[in-house]
Design a protein around this ligand. Structure first.
Ligand SMILES: Cc1cc2nc3c(=O)[nH]c(=O)nc-3n(C[C@H](O)[C@H](O)[C@H](O)COP(=O)(O)OP(=O)(O)OC[C@H]3O[C@@H](n4cnc5c(N)ncnc54)[C@H](O)[C@@H]3O)c2cc1C
Length: 497
């Protein structure tokens, strides 16, 4: 629903965005574009969220049982993107390959390339002016004077003073409390580990256990027998990484369906000397045995749980209006995964949806939030939004979907992602060739997870054509930035003379 002619003038709000990852940066850009005053609070030393690789881990709590975890990023050193860069750019700032130290021009680059790109994005749009680094949000709650017609939010944060990131070095902190018209929560859902609830003996096992959140490199596991729990992307990546140094790697699959893929068969064929596949773990025994559901067992030094992440908003006090349930899988109620009906539009969430194309989908969500806050677009009545949430849950249930898939969009109904874009934002639709490239990349990954990033790309004619235009634009962008660099150098020379 868009506001038409004759509507009141657009309003500018003060908005706090919690989190400076892809979602928070998309929110900052869209809110600013719409004329709002934005403050992004980011607890880390830089923006980028997951893509800010951190060699430190939650070493004291390797299972990540306490919330919030100390280290937000769960990225491991060997990680390369699984989504093609051509489809991973902001709509008006494409993810073009760039020259420079540490840059990686591949279609599926190393993680650091995405971090460099996010920094370039901030520089291109002056976003760092709005970002407060080293600033952790401790509490978000309605101000006591809030009314239904005029809600405002108190945000309490703590800022680390000084420049060191070393937790062992004493540092000063400064707490601050501010009031904003609106808060956008963009804290992601890849930091707080989800642990399996059905493995007996986890508490008594005295050998090493960790969650993939705390995995960085294979070296600490050299010569060990390691059991990796879970066969999704991280489980497969980490198992393959370990195969280079471990004595034995045992992958425990939660279901036969996830395990019986062509990619898994190839992995097992390629690494049969080290890698074995098992059904799910039934029990960990005090003597180091790991017993699987089929009764077989192995003796292991380490168990690594690649079992996903839970939603967690320890700073958010909505008085029960927004809750996390179904074992950490569902945040709700959220109209279209963004607005809690009883607190909309002053509270919103960008980035709760799972399995979506980023940053495009986050841009759509962020633009919607920005335009609702300004009054350019209107939301349905609260009861209607609630009804829509319930209908979504009922439809998924009727289709036999587990509750944990509530926020999974493209993994269940890929077209919904693009329909959402058309319904709620005026962002240009994603080009067809990019949609096709995303789908063919997924198919390629499912066929062979080890080589899909480097195999000769078997792009269709539509993709090749789109790509030619995209590469032309990339060349022009490169020429422009080189011309700017030459100008700057000439200016510096002139000043020196
Ligand atoms: C191992 C791994 C591999 C992945 N590979 C891919 C891939 O190839 N392609 C892809 O599209 N996606 C991939 N993803 C998913 C990807 O991380 C997300 O799509 C995206 O980065 C999420 O961005 P976000 O901004 O929502 O969350 P995040 O990147 O998690 O950012 C959230 C930010 O909020 C900050 N924050 C949290 N709490 C607070 C607080 N209280 N105060 C202040 N700041 C706070 C955090 O420090 C963090 O910077 C991967 C994820 C993981 C874990």
């Amino acid at each position: 629903m868009a506001a038409g002619d004759g509507e009141p003038a657009l309003q500018s709000k003060s908005v706090c965005v919690v989190g400076g990852g892809v979602a928070g940066l998309a929110a900052a850009r869209e809110l600013r574009r719409e004329g709002h005053a934005v403050t992004v609070m980011e607890q880390s030393a830089d923006v980028g969220g997951q893509w800010l690789y951190d060699p430190r881990t939650d070493g004291e709590d390797p299972l990540g049982a306490a919330a919030p975890v100390r280290v937000p990023s769960s990225i491991y050193a060997c990680l390369r993107l699984i989504s093609p860069r051509e489809a991973m750019g902001f709509s008006d700032f494409q993810f073009f390959p760039r020259d420079g130290p540490g840059r990686d021009p591949c279609r599926f680059p190393v993680h650091g390339e995405l971090h460099c790109y996010l920094r370039d994005f901030c520089d291109a749009f002056g976003l760092m002016d709005a970002v407060r680094l080293h600033t952790r949000v401790l509490r978000v709650a309605l101000t006591p004077t809030s009314t239904t017609a005029n809600r405002r939010w108190t945000v309490r944060s703590v800022r680390r003073l000084g420049t060191t990131d070393d937790d062992d070095v004493a540092h000063e902190e400064e707490e601050e409390e501010e009031v904003f018209d609106a808060v956008v929560v963009a804290t992601g859902h890849y930091s707080q580990p989800m642990l399996p609830g059905d493995i007996e003996g986890m508490g008594e096992w005295t050998r090493r256990q960790l969650h993939s959140h705390s995995y960085r490199t294979p070296e600490p596991f050299r010569g060990e027998a390691v059991v990796v729990v879970g066969c999704a992307e991280s489980g497969k990546d980490i198992a393959l990484d370990l195969c280079r140094v471990a004595r034995e790697v045992h992958l425990a699959a939660s279901s036969e369906a996830t395990a019986a893929t062509p990619a898994m068969s190839r992995m097992l064929a390629n690494h049969g000397d080290v890698l074995r596949l098992h059904p799910r773990i039934r029990r960990l025994h005090a003597d180091g045995r790991v017993e699987f559901a089929d009764g077989s067992s192995v003796v292991a030094d380490t168990v690594i749980y690649c079992t996903g992440y839970t939603y967690s908003f320890p700073f958010l006090d909505t008085g029960g209006a927004v809750t996390i349930d179904s074992g950490g899988h569902v945040v709700g109620p959220l109209f279209e995964h963004v607005f809690p009906p009883s607190l909309a539009p002053s509270l919103s969430f960008v980035g709760v949806a799972r399995k979506v194309l980023i940053p495009w989908f986050f841009e759509v969500q962020a633009r919607w939030v920005a335009q609702v806050l300004s009054g350019r677009r209107a939301l349905p009545a609260e009861e209607e939004m609630l009804r829509s949430v319930e209908e979504h849950l009922r439809a998924r249930e009727a289709a036999g979907m587990a509750r944990k898939h509530t926020h999974n969009i493209a993994g269940i109904e890929p077209e919904k992602m693009y329909e959402f874009g058309e319904r709620y934002s005026d962002l240009p639709p994603l080009e067809e060739w990019k949609k096709e490239l995303v789908m063919s990349s997924i198919a390629s990954m499912l066929a062979d997870v080890e080589t899909f990033r480097d195999r000769a790309y078997d792009d269709s004619e539509i993709v090749r054509k789109g790509l030619r235009g995209w590469l032309d634009l990339a060349a022009k962008a490169q020429a422009k930035s080189m011309a700017v660099a030459v100008d700057v150098e000439a200016d510096v020379q002139a000043m020196a003379n």
